[in-house]
Structures are given as C-alpha cells and as structure tokens.
Design a binder for this molecule. Structure first.
Ligand SMILES: Nc1ncnc2c1ncn2[C@@H]1O[C@H](COP(=O)(O)OP(=O)(O)OP(=O)(O)O)[C@@H](O)[C@H]1O
Length: 264
C-alpha cells in the first residue's frame, strides 16, 4: 500500500542560462495522513523546491510524487500553500481574501451564505474574528500570516504546505503562532509539510524532521522521529531530555556533519 504522500526517486534539474543545475536527487519519502513533517537544511539546499514539487508548482525531472493515490501533476486545492509573505490581496478585507479561496473550492456547490460561514469559521480558528472587515495594511505582520493560514485551512486541504510561514516575524509573534498552529493542527488533524530554518521550531512542531544535505544535488540526509507527547508545551519541553536530545541531533547534523560551505 502506498503512503498518503509517497515521493519516489524524485529528482529536480533546472535549466538555467548557465546550463543545467541539479538541485535535488534521489528523494524518497513517505508521509502518513495527519503527520507533521518539517524540512530543514542550509540555505539553497532545495527545501522550497521539494515543497513546490509536493504542491505541484514544479514537475520533477525524474521520479514521481503521489498524494492520496493520485500522481501530483499540477497544483490543486487538496494541497494548500502558505508562503513566508502572506500574499493577501491588499484591496480586499480579511474575510474577502479568505472567501476568494473558499469560492475557488466550494463555489458553485454551496450557497453564498455557506461560503461566508466557511470563511468566518476559518478566521475564527486562527483568532482573527475581530478583524473580519480590515484590509491587510490595517493589521500586523503576524495577523496577516494568520489570515494566510486561515485562507489555506478554509480550503479544507488534505495537505497544508508551509514555506517558512513564520520566517518574517519577530521571535515572540513567531512563538505565539507556533503554539496556535499546534492547537489548530490538533483540531483539524491536517497533514503538514513545513519548511523551516529554525531547529527549535522543527522539534517543537514535528512528528518527523527531514534533514537535507547541502546542494547541488541535495538529498535527504537523515529523518529524525520526534517522540514527544502532545499537546506540547514549549516551557516544559525546554528541559525535557528527549527534546534536548532531538535538538542536539539536528544541530549536530547541520553544523557538524553537513556544515555549510559559507559557514565553514
Ligand atoms: N527556478 C529555478 N531555476 C534555477 N535554479 C533554481 C530554481 N529554483 C531554485 N533553484 C536553485 O535550486 C537550489 C535550491 O533552491 P531552494 O529555493 O529550493 O532552496 P532552499 O533550501 O529553499 O533555500 P532557502 O533556505 O535559502 O530558501 C538553489 O541553488 C537555487 O538557486
């Protein structure tokens, strides 16, 4: 039986002005439904490329990707993406931004009232009910990112794909949104694949951390299972020996065994 997401021998070669660039090779990964996976690795190793392959925004030059029994050949509403920069439409309110995504999935099948309910429920889930009519420029960066997450969740995707969703936020807002995301995912039981540079974020959120080697021709170096009970509490975890051990394993991979050339 194939896994919920099944990546087999995926390879990505880009054609550039300077010739062919081999970004990813031999990517093999099976992800179960409801799993929270983070992709971690040094800058330029191909984390976003791998996420974009799962999103269907890129087509692999070798191998294949399957999601829920179907080959991933194009982007689809079953795989919603949250980027680092919220990418909300500035002239629309928070509700209208979310509604647009809801309409793209459920429009034509459900009455307008039901679509509006879906948008409001998603904004409620991320704690943004107080800003339904506000435009993006009227809310903070953290709030914009919440609306971006609401927009993705409102599509009821099978998979939530996140490319450094909290990368542009200050440390406190980031911590707060990580905690919120943990609660949301516990409720929605979403399957999540998230790109991050942050070791603590990876350990706090993940069921498994996929650690990537440096490019060119990067691949999966190691996969670390994070066996910490949920719900997870960042304060209690700080001194948990299993947390400290997982953190050390990732740091060791990144900074000892796969040190980046620029940092060497
Ligand atoms: N469309 C493209 N054309 C050519 N090369 C590309 C393209 N997209 C990515 N690359 C190259 O592939 C490699 C992997 O890029 P990618 O953005 O996936 O890395 P990353 O690990 O997400 O990096 P970062 O952590 O800095 O965001 C890089 O060397 C990048 O320059």
């Amino acid at each position: 039986m194939t896994a919920f997401i099944d990546i087999t021998e995926a390879e990505m070669v880009f054609n550039t002005r300077k010739g062919r660039f081999h970004a990813l090779r031999d990517i093999n990964l099976k992800i179960d439904q409801g799993e929270f996976i983070t992709l971690i690795g040094h800058s330029g190793c191909g984390k976003s490329t791998l996420l974009n392959l799962i999103a269907g925004l890129l087509t692999p030059t070798g191998g294949g990707l399957i999601c829920d029994g179907r080959e991933i050949a194009a982007p689809g509403p079953d795989r919603a993406v949250v980027f680092q920069n919220h990418s909300l439409l500035p002239w629309l309110s928070c509700t209208e931004n979310v509604l647009l995504a809801v309409e793209s999935v459920f429009g034509g099948k459900e009455p307008r009232k039901k679509l509006e309910e879906r948008a409001r429920a998603a904004l409620d889930l991320v704690g943004m009910s107080h800003a339904l009519t506000k435009r993006p420029h009227e809310i903070s960066g953290g709030m914009k990112q919440r609306v971006g997450i609401a927009r993705a969740l409102a599509m009821e995707p099978k998979v939530l794909l996140m490319d450094e969703p909290f990368g542009a936020l200050d440390a406190l807002t980031r911590a707060h949104l990580q905690d919120e995301l943990l609660k949301i995912v516990a409720r929605t039981k979403s399957t999540v694949v998230m790109v991050t540079h942050d070791v603590d974020e990876a350990v706090l959120l993940s069921d498994r951390i996929v650690m990537m080697t440096n490019g060119p021709a990067a691949t999966i170096g190691e996969v670390l299972k994070v066996d910490l009970a949920r719900p997870r509490n960042r304060v209690e975890l700080a001194e948990d020996p299993d947390y400290v051990h997982a953190r050390k394993a990732v740091i060791d991979f990144l900074y000892t065994r796969h040190k980046h050339a620029e940092a060497a």
